[in-house]
Design a protein around this ligand. Structure first.
Ligand code: PHB
Length: 388
């Protein structure tokens, strides 16, 4: 009587083993976040991480059948510490994938390190053109934008709105220089020009002297790139200086994204261009915003979307190789082939690994950057200098 029972028990045990999810059979996948947890971009880093983890949670805590172990480094948006910081994830923690970062100068050092070590890198914000230009590599993709994309679109919009003479104001680092270049290109193609470029060192927020200069030059419009806590201060200072009434303020959407509550009335009505708008009335965006609000008791923003989509891209790559990191080349290739069902709308990645996406014209209204129009459809970064 005991023998059939033993056999049955053994068969059941074998079945149970087969039924175990792949995640239980393999070690967790190591994901290393290199994001700002302090400084002017701290809120941006937080939203990226929240977005990434939300997608993983929605998949039951796994991607491609693998459970995830997270590692984190605060990069402080400080390029001088970038090599050390990325080394912690690559050498000390030996992560499988790096997700980072916000600041272009820091991200450039990360891209170089990822190229050398062949570590997978997903950039969930930093728009430095070089990352999907001369530094492009099969193991590097971006889930966000290139600095050129929203900037060029704003130049087009400003030109069409009749702006002839514009002044730009931003920080003098890679992202600042590239956003000014993109805006200038779009504006010049549409009948305007930039008559003065004002700069200050990152992450300074002493805007007063520069605002005085703007008041004396009286341009048709100002184009400003700041983000995070600095964007809050700039928009408030611009308004307090009395400039809002006489000189329209334009910018890439970072100027008002994730910041509207803190900016208060000073930001209401501002027009910006970006690859996301809060109130896109699609089932995908509505479900995402609901899920985000439930999980975090907070409103999603563009940075949360970019983190969410970074996880979607990684998930698609892992699914293609059934979670086997040993097939890294196939995984990286699958990541590039993905059509991302993003809250921003579906997008694909260019050969260089940058999103090809619609850029929207939005207007700040209450707590939302509301969709007004598609400024430029399916805009691809020129990817100058990328050879694969
Ligand atoms: C960048 O450094 O590329 C950067 C930083 C913050 C943003 C956008 C771009 O909001």
């Amino acid at each position: 009587m005991t023998r059939p029972f033993v056999r049955q028990a053994a068969a059941l045990a074998a079945l149970a083993l087969l039924a175990l999810p792949a995640a239980a059979q393999t070690a967790p996948l190591k994901v290393g976040f290199m994001l700002p947890a302090t400084g002017t971009f701290a809120a941006l880093g937080d939203m990226i991480e929240k977005g990434f983890k939300l997608h993983v949670q929605e998949q039951g805590g796994t991607l491609g059948g693998r459970s995830i172990q997270y590692f984190s480094v605060d990069d402080e948006s400080d390029p001088s510490k970038a090599i050390d910081n990325v080394g912690k994830l690559i050498k000390r923690d030996q992560v499988d994938v790096i997700v980072g970062t916000v600041h272009s100068g820091v991200a450039l050092a990360m891209a170089r390190a990822a190229r050398e070590s062949k570590t997978l890198l997903i950039v969930p914000n930093a728009g430095a053109g070089e990352i999907t230009g001369p530094l492009c590599a099969p193991n590097i993709v971006r889930s966000s934008f290139s600095n050129w994309q929203p900037a060029y679109a704003m130049g087009v919009v400003a030109g069409r709105r009749g702006v002839k003479r514009a002044i730009t104001i931003t920080w003098n680092y890679a992202a600042g220089a590239e956003t000014v270049k993109g805006f200038t290109e779009g504006l010049e193609k549409n009948g305007g020009k930039v008559v003065k470029e004002l700069n200050l060192p990152f992450p300074n927020v002493e805007f007063q002297a520069l605002l005085t200069e703007i008041a004396s030059q009286k341009p048709d419009a100002v184009y400003a790139f700041f983000a995070g806590a600095a964007a809050v201060k700039f928009v408030k200072d611009y308004n307090a200086a009395g400039l809002r009434k006489s000189i329209p303020l334009y910018g890439p959407g970072f100027l008002t994204d994730g910041t509207l509550e803190a900016q208060g009335p000073a930001a209401q009505g501002l027009l910006t261009t970006l690859h996301y708008a809060d109130n896109l009335d699609t089932p995908r965006n509505n479900a995402f915003r609901k899920s985000f609000a439930l999980a975090y008791k907070a409103q999603a923003d563009v940075y949360a979307v970019q983190g969410y989509d970074a996880a979607q891209i990684l998930g698609a790559g892992l699914a293609a190789v059934k979670g086997d990191m040993g097939q890294r080349d196939a995984l990286a290739a699958a990541m590039r082939r993905v059509t991302v069902d993003s809250p921003r709308g579906k997008f694909t990645l260019s050969a260089a690994g940058n999103p090809v996406q619609d850029i929207y014209l939005r207007q700040a209204q209450g707590r939302n950057n509301e969709f007004r129009a598609v400024a430029v459809k399916a805009l691809a970064d020129p990817a100058r200098g990328c050879k694969l």
